[in-house]
Design a protein around this ligand. Structure first.
Ligand code: NAX
Length: 332
């Protein structure tokens, strides 16, 4: 057995972390033979709650968990970490404008970027879940210049999973028969869930999702808006935002990053844009990727029609605006 990996989960007293800690601790991300030290960060008022979560984690009796550190100190939390799930963020409060939320969260991710730069291993892999996830990941990376930009990412895997679930449900096939639904852009309502390149195994053979569903109006209409608005629909029903599904998506994202994407399957993740597909540079834009040996590569050469182009540009524009607003907050 190898040395324990040091894995940080922030927002550790929150609802996503409550599912995520268990999934990571039982080996869903780093494999069944990889021991772990779980490091939990939250803010001082949440220390008592976090202690309760630590009690429960201990009581889960997870053989891979060799140590637990629960702290409110970034200098402790980021020390020598191999992987970080940055979940903790300020929730939107009543009466708060979008820009107030952005400002509050940008400050958190600026501070955590600095802590990463100072304390983390240089090959640390960082997944930002806390919203606005793409822009938070960008800010975090900017304040951690000693860590390669490729090591920062934002989560759009929940959107991908939501898209695949919609298709599998409509075609009444198991979820793993659907692959390569792509999420382009921001994890927000401007994201573009794209099934143009997706396939499904149905009746024993692989078909394009477009042909299997044969309903362009739905695919270009309700399908897209259902995925875009799924988070709001869960809040309306549960009176709480997505948590179990967000934790599962974070695990899928990090597992693929560490262990690679299966042959022929793509994952969508928010990554530092190199300008592929004519997307603006210097934003964290969600692209389809394949991953080998811990390195992602954007899937290149997919045809982009006018419909897709317009949607890809709209979400890029929003990311550029978020970036500019966030940088103003950082520099103020
Ligand atoms: P909760 O409010 O349940 O938990 C958030 C936790 O973060 C709280 O315990 C809070 O004290 C902590 N926190 C706040 N500031 C912190 C700081 N500076 N350092 C460490 N911890 C800090 O929210 P939860 O439902 O767990 O959601 C967490 C974040 O995920 C939110 O920003 C949410 O919007 C975002 N989401 C992102 C998704 C994605 O697909 N990218 C989907 C799910 C989710 O909505």
């Amino acid at each position: 057995m190898s040395e324990p990996l040091r894995v940080l989960i922030t927002g550790a007293a929150g609802q996503i972390a409550y599912s995520l800690l268990y999934m990571v601790g039982k080996g869903d991300v780093f494999g069944p033979n990889q021991p772990l030290t779980l490091i939990m960060l939250d803010i001082p008022p949440m220390m008592a709650v976090m202690e309760g979560v630590v009690m429960e984690l201990n009581d889960c009796a997870l053989p891979l968990v060799r140590g637990i550190v629960a702290t409110a100190d970034e200098d402790v939390a980021f020390k020598d970490i191999d992987a970080a799930f940055l979940v903790g963020a300020m929730p939107r409060k009543e009466g708060m404008e979008r820009k107030d939320l952005l400002a509050a969260n940008v400050k958190i991710f600026k501070s955590q970027g600095k802590a990463l730069d100072k304390h983390a291993k240089k090959n640390v892999k960082v997944l930002v879940v806390g919203n606005p996830a793409n822009t938070n990941a960008l800010i975090c990376s900017k304040y951690a210049p000693s860590i390669p930009k490729e090591n920062f990412s934002a989560m759009t895997r929940l959107d991908q999973n939501r898209g695949q679930a919609q298709i599998a449900g409509r075609l009444k096939v198991p979820i793993d028969h659907v692959k390569n639904v792509v999420i382009w852009g921001n994890h927000s309502s401007t994201q573009f869930p794209d099934v143009t390149h997706a396939t499904v195994v149905i009746g024993g053979s692989e078909k394009k999702v477009y042909d299997a569903i044969n309903d362009e109006t739905w695919l270009k209409g309700d399908f897209i808006s259902t995925v875009q608005k799924r988070g709001a629909a869960v809040i309306a029903a549960r009176k709480l935002s997505s948590a179990m599904s967000a934790a599962k998506a974070a695990c899928d994202h990090m597992r693929d990053w560490f262990q690679g994407t299966p042959e022929g399957k793509w994952a969508s993740m928010g990554i530092y844009s190199d300008g592929s597909y004519g997307v603006a540079k210097d934003v964290m834009y969600s692209f389809p990727v394949t991953i080998q040996n811990g390195q992602w590569k954007i899937v290149q050469g997919l045809p982009v029609d006018d419909f897709a182009r317009a949607k890809m540009d709209l979400t890029a524009k929003e990311l550029c605006e978020e970036r500019d607003d966030a940088l103003k907050v950082c520099e103020a």
